[in-house]
Design a protein around this ligand. Sequence first.
Ligand code: ZN
Length: 358
Amino acid sequence: MTPGFSFEVIATLGNARAGILHTPHGDIETPVFMPVGTAGTVKAMTADELRAPPLDAKIILGNTYHLYLRPGLEVIGGAGGLHRFAAWDRPILTDSGGFQVFSLAGINEIDDDGVTFRSHIDGSKHRLTPEISMEIQRVLGSDIAMVFDQCPPGDADEAIHELALARTTAWAKRCRECPRADGQAVFGIVQGGIDTARRLRHMAEITALDFDGYALGGLAVGENLADTYRILDEVAHQLPADRPRYLMGVGTPADLERGIAAGIDMFDCVMPTRNARNGYLFTSGARVNIPNNANRLDFGPIDPECPCATCRTHSRAYLRHLYLAKEILYARLATLHNLTFYARHVRRLRDRILAGPH
Ligand SMILES: [Zn+2]
C-alpha cells in the first residue's frame, strides 16, 4: 500500500470484518460511515461539530466534480488543498467526478479518452479524463483518491455495460500512472451492474492493478434492492481480504447492515444529511417525519436512546416548529442527529463483530 497507509482486520464474524485503516491523517475504525461533504462542507455542520463525540467523524468525503466547478482549483490550490481550505484535519476521500458527470451534468460526448460535459451550474463546457480527474484530486490533496470510472445506469443493456467495463479498466490503468499528492492512496472501482459473472470478471481486472483499496461502484443506481443485496453477498467477500472495501453511495441503515455482513468496510451516502434537511429523522424505533402533526405537542426527544446534543437538548415539538418556520437552526440540529445515528449504528455493528459469535 501507499506509504503511511495500512489496513488491519482485527476481528471477523462470517464475512463481516472489524478493522483499522491507518492513514497519515489518523486512524479510521472500520466499518465506517463517511459523511458526504459535497462542496467542501458536510451541509450545515462545522468541522468542530463533525469531530466532537458522540458523532466523532473520522473521515469525510469531498466531490471532485463539485469542487472543480466551484470554487475551482485556483482557489482550493491557493489555500493549500482541501484540508486547509475547509479546516478539516482528519482524512478526506474524494470521488473521481465520474458518478456526478454521468448523473448530474449534461453529457456531450463519451469516448475512450474521457467525457465532455456541461456544468449543471452554468452550462459551461468541461472535460474530464482519468488524467484530469487525478490532477484535480492531487490539488485537492485528499488522503484517498478514487479512479475515474464510467458508471452506466442500472437498466443499461449488455453492450453499454461491456463498453463501460473495458473503459473503466483502461482508465484505472491510466489513473495508476498519474502523479499524486504526497501520501495519497488510490482506490480502484469494480463495476459490472447486477451480473455476478461480469462483476467477478471486472474484479479480477481491477484487483490485478494492485490498488490501496477497492470499491464496488454502480450499485443502488436504479436496480432492484434484491439484486443489490445479491451482488453484495456474492462479490464483496471475494475482494482482496487485506485491503479496505468500499461500497459507494449506499445507503439506508438496513443497507449498511447488509453491506457489513457481506464484508464491506466503508460507506458513504447523502441519505442522513439530505433526509435530515427534508424532515426525515432516523431513530432506534420508527423513522420520524418531523412535520407530522403527531409531533406538534410531543415534548420528548427525537430518539431517547440518542446521546447527540439535539436529542439531549430539544424536543420533537421544537424541531417541528423550526422545520415548519424554515428556521436554519432546524437543518443544523437535524443533521447532527441523523449523522450521529449513522455513526452509532455502524459502531454498534462493529462492536457486534468484535464481540464474536454467541
Ligand atoms: Zn440525536
